[in-house]
Design a protein around this ligand. Sequence first.
Ligand code: BGC
Length: 374
Amino acid sequence: MKKNLRKWLGLGVATLMAFSVVGCGSGAATTNSGAASDHTAEANTAKDGAKKIGVAMPTKDLQRWVQDGENMEKELEAAGYEVDLQYANNDIATQVSQIENMIASNCDILVIASIDGKSLGTALSGAKDAGIPVIAYDRLIMETDAVSYYATFDNELVGTLQGEYIENALDLKNVAGPFNIELFTGSSDDNNCNFFFGGAMKVLQPYIDEGKLVVKSGSTTLAECATPSWSTEEAQKRMENIISAYYSDGTKLDAVLSSNDSVANGITNALVASYNGDFPILTGQDCDITSVKNILAGKQSMSIFKDTRTLASQVVKMVTAIVNGEEVPVNDTTTYDNGTGIIPSYLCEPVFADANNYKELLVDSGYYTEDQLQ
Ligand code: BGC
């Protein structure tokens, strides 16, 4: 059995209950350890002495993280928890210090969407020492055995859906081509990119190999296609360079793979500014409002809808299971190895959104109002 599974799922309920009590790092461990169930009941009902959950988010620059934070805060508070929600302005040192403060201020559980998956090891060894369980949120935290669980969307499926969208839109199974495509992914310090890019390339690479898809820039590896910090400006710069080098003479660009919407927005800006042909097929992820508007305006083809309400609810379920000493709900125990072993994960299901289904997915579900998308 894998290390983390053994660590968490193999423990007896009583041990976990005791663990959850010790987790707050206060004197509660000695006073409450004999009355774990009372303590547990208290955790979901009372504000005074309620369990405190530290939620560390990367940045407010991207709409999705703002929504994630708001959803987490709302749902955790509704379940009776005290919440310490922090945003780190995409600055690693800020995130490290926020996490250290959460540990010092006796948070009981940490939920962390990391900026750089490999930079939290030292801070989280403090959490481990204090017996504070850590849930990696959306992005896996790498190379530390302090991570207990991972909650995310099926990241490989995100990439597969993007690749398949391009495959279908260009009818690659039936048409000879060749078609020109350029490839963009996100920040190489984000473990998710391995899955986003990997999932998409599993679909696209065979067509590149047979010459049906042509990458004029020649950039086909994750390192070559990465966009530092998922920056819109960086993506715009790279797309502008590619257009001026390969597509300014009237050569048609048929498709652009983009792993998310912030990158897609940079690509769209570059296309608007300096490409003379029709908009190519362009993928994205997150269904940010700017991208949904671009989809409706014909400037982006699709985005992946990851309903952050679902992810937040799932994390609240995990938190409550840890607090109650119950088995924590996971649905994947094979995919996500953070370098210290497999991290038991819950993968929510992503779906693609385009001009045909956005209304049902995004408006009818109450995610956005029609007004927000005008
Ligand atoms: C998330 C995406 C997001 C990207 C940039 C990834 O880790 O899974 O939803 O677009 O980071 O913030």
